[in-house]
Design a protein around this ligand. Structure first.
Ligand code: ADP
Ligand code: ZN
Ligand code: ZN
Length: 707
């Protein structure tokens, strides 16, 4: 007797085989089972999706057989399959692509023997009882947040100022779940694991009693073997606590009871290729799926998975959900340490650059304030969102500029190795000795990046010495200085050790780090985001500035005098008004009012279709033709959806490829979803037309972050 199974395999999204494939099997395999199947001439990993009644319309002669099951591995849980299916449908990709991308690649190459050995190697350690003797006493706000969280079932948003002790709340919530049920699992998600080594350390320390095998990490920095090991431990239920980045939202966790999403506003939760999912949104959806009655049961209250999002500057989507009551809001507005000294949020000083000496990079009063910090042995952090020495190199005689020949962007001047580097395509050349166009030898850097800022601050502070008379130390942290493995960790360590007086960097240093001796944070030039065409730019800027302010004055000894300086040509902008008062709710209310009036997220829903080709004509033509076809064919929900004409992307050409995009909007999420699902095949057909054969690729981005 043989059975018919529908099985998902990794199919490229643009192949015509997007759905599950039908295979024959000699044994009955359960949905979620991992199998090896033939695909073309290859043997690939697949996941059993459904057991079918018959072979459907597949001609028997074409039927192929399952080659084998991965014995010893439990089937992937029902909720996991539900999550994968939802992700594929919502983000307009194939189930196979999403499912297989969520599994560790090494699983595929594993023989039955290797797998058995692997599974044996992780012993189920008996958990010791946690050591609670050294637990810190919770603040009243923390106590209240935890009590409120326990008393509710909705997704929760912990709105807690930086330094208000959110991590402690996560730790307690996780501890409670793990203690209540010896098989319960907790997933803790963080934006970028190497930026938060302290958070990881705190979780590992707090749950040390569980043993090493039960607290595992899951992120892209792991070796394939480590990733497989963590994945297997989670899947087998041995790992009780999984700490990971966005990819971890797809971990197989049979007994998941709590998902924590730290810094839930962080853009890195959105995947930017393949299935462009939002791991934060999926975490909320997953918690709902995991709470549904299992295996047709009806006892809804028996198992429940909660989700706890946390941020000092929540995404406006999550914030609005707490306004409408869809999410529960937990507020912690005070820094640990209270009103006296350490607990206070830094004083925000907005410097009107219109009243400063022309062309000055650092306003004299700011320079003064930095000098005072140095004299007192305190640290300053200065950030600028631009790495390299200068964004452009230019000839003032003929007007030549360091354009990238392959992109519609300038190449950035890096002084350290005297190169011009394109930050979009990577094209790098040595700096020419003279202007390539007129021969003038006086080509000069225009504008400043972090490398030049570091040099400039060195010059400005040339006469300043430290309190003990020793030499001043300036350091820089950005993507260039941290390229080597371990570099970031060692640079951060030297900041923590007090070896640095002034730290210069990109937004990389403004996030999350628990700096103890920094009492001054300065944003040199944040104005670009105020007038960006991207409607989310102000939200990102406000979040970044609040985060950065949170770096200052975290230590009890220095809290009194901590300050955040912002240099701007638009000091009257309401964003700075809210920043001065550390008033996120005021900022959110203002911003949400504008979004509502304009029908933008979270009040409206959108998707971007991007197309790439050798010419803008082909890229834009393809998008416009597909939109016209949708109209002509009266696709479902087409009248509730507005497609805008195709336009070139902001950086229109990268590596000689022209890029265009089309925005599609709807006031209804469901209508947009119905339209997109119907539009997919039309886009595929349009691509087959002779005039668009040269199209390189196209992709849909649902709920895009940047427009
Ligand atoms: P957040 O994540 O909200 O920015 P943290 O959780 O990092 O804040 O807490 C800030 C600091 O306060 C940390 O050093 C933490 O150990 C400490 N802390 C947290 N809760 C308490 C508490 N109840 N009592 C004393 N210190 C605390
Ligand atoms: Zn010239
Ligand atoms: Zn380039």
């Amino acid at each position: 007797m043989s059975y018919w199974l529908s099985i998902v395999v990794a199919t490229p999204s643009h192949s015509t085989v997007a759905g599950p494939l039908t295979y024959r099997s000699e044994s009955l395999l359960p949905p979620g089972g991992l199998v090896r199947v033939p695909l073309g001439k290859r043997e690939v990993l697949g996941v059993v999706w459904e057991v079918l009644a018959d072979s459907g319309d597949l001609p028997l002669a074409q039927a192929r057989s399952v080659l084998g099951a991965l014995d010893g591995l439990a089937p992937l849980p029902e909720a996991w399959r539900g999550l994968v299916g939802f992700t594929a449908a919502y983000y307009q990709r194939s189930i196979g692509e999403v499912a297989l991308a969520a599994l560790p690649p090494q699983l595929r190459g594993l023989s039955a023997v290797q797998l058995a050995r692997r599974l044996k190697r992780t012993p189920a350690a008996d958990a010791e009882t946690p050591d609670t003797t050294n637990l810190i006493a919770l603040s009243p706000e923390q106590q209240r947040a935890i009590a409120e969280f326990d008393a509710d079932t909705r997704p929760a948003l912990l709105f807690g100022a930086t330094g208000s002790g959110k991590t402690e709340v996560y730790l307690r919530a996780a501890a409670k779940v793990l203690a209540q049920d010896a098989s319960a699992q907790v997933l803790v998600m963080v934006p970028e694991i190497n930026l938060t080594p302290q958070l990881q350390a705190r979780f590992e320390e707090r749950f040390a009693h569980l043993g090493k095998a039960q607290v595992v990490a899951l992120h892209s920095g792991l070796t394939p073997a480590q990733r497989l090991k963590s994945w297997l431990a989670a899947h087998a239920g041995q790992a009780r606590l999984v700490l990971g980045t966005r990819m971890a939202v797809f971990a197989s966790l049979p007994n998941l009871r709590l998902i924590v999403v730290d810094e839930e506003h962080d853009p890195s939760y959105k995947q930017q290729e393949g299935a462009r999912y939002s791991a934060r949104d999926l975490a909320v959806y997953r918690a709902m799926l995991e709470s549904a009655p299992k295996d047709g049961g009806t006892d809804k209250a028996a198992v429940r998975c909660r989700v706890l999002l946390g941020s000092a500057t929540p995404s406006l989507e999550s914030w609005q959900a707490t306004v409408t009551g869809r999410y529960q809001r937990l507020t912690m507005s005070e820094r640990i340490g209270g009103e006296a000294g350490a607990g206070r949020l830094p004083l925000v000083r907005v410097v009107d650059m219109n009243h400063q000496p022309k062309n000055c990079t650092i306003a004299p009063p700011l320079l003064d304030a930095i000098g005072q910090r140095i004299a007192r042995g305190e640290q300053s952090l200065i950030f600028l969102n631009r790495r390299g020495y200068a964004p452009v190199l230019a000839c003032h005689d003929c007007g030549w500029k360091s354009e990238c020949p392959h992109c519609s962007a300038y190449r950035v001047f890096h002084k350290i190795d005297r190169t011009l580097r394109c930050h979009h395509c990577g094209f790098t050349e040595r700096v020419p000795r003279a202007c390539p166009s007129c021969g003038n030898i006086d080509i000069a850097p225009v504008g400043k990046g972090t490398e030049r800022l570091e040099e400039h601050i060195g010059e400005l502070l040339a006469g300043v010495t430290r309190a003990d008379g020793s030499l001043l130390r300036i350091a820089r942290i950005d993507a260039d200085t941290t390229r080597l493995k371990g570099a970031l960790e060692s640079q951060l360590a030297s900041v923590h050790a007090g070896e640095v007086d002034v730290l210069v960097g990109t937004q990389m240093i403004a996030k999350g780090h628990d700096f103890r001796h920094i009492t001054l944070v300065a944003a040199i030039n944040p104005d670009n985001a105020l007038f960006s065409s991207d409607f989310r730019a102000p939200e990102r800027l406000f979040g970044l500035l609040m985060q950065a302010a949170g770096r200052a004055g975290r230590d009890a000894d220095h809290g009194e005098a901590s300050e955040m300086w912002v240099q701007t040509f638009h000091p009257q902008h309401p964003l700075f008004g809210a920043l001065k008062k550390h008033d996120y709710p005021a900022f959110a209310a203002q911003e949400l009012k504008e979004r509502e009036a304009a029908g933008m997220a979270p009040f409206g829903f959108s998707a971007l279709v991007r197309a790439e080709a050798r010419t803008q004509d082909v890229a834009q033509g393809f998008l416009n033709a597909a939109a016209q076809a949708a109209q002509a064919q009266q696709l479902p929900a087409h009248d509730a959806v507005t497609p805008y004409p195709a336009v070139p992307m902001t950086i229109q050409r990268v590596a000689n490829i022209e890029r265009a995009q089309m925005l599609v909007e709807s006031p209804s999420r469901a209508a947009l979803q119905r339209f997109l699902a119907a539009w997919q095949p039309v886009l595929h057909e349009t691509r087959q037309q002779a005039e668009f054969k040269s199209l390189i690729r196209w992709a849909i981005d649902v709920d895009p972050l940047a427009i």
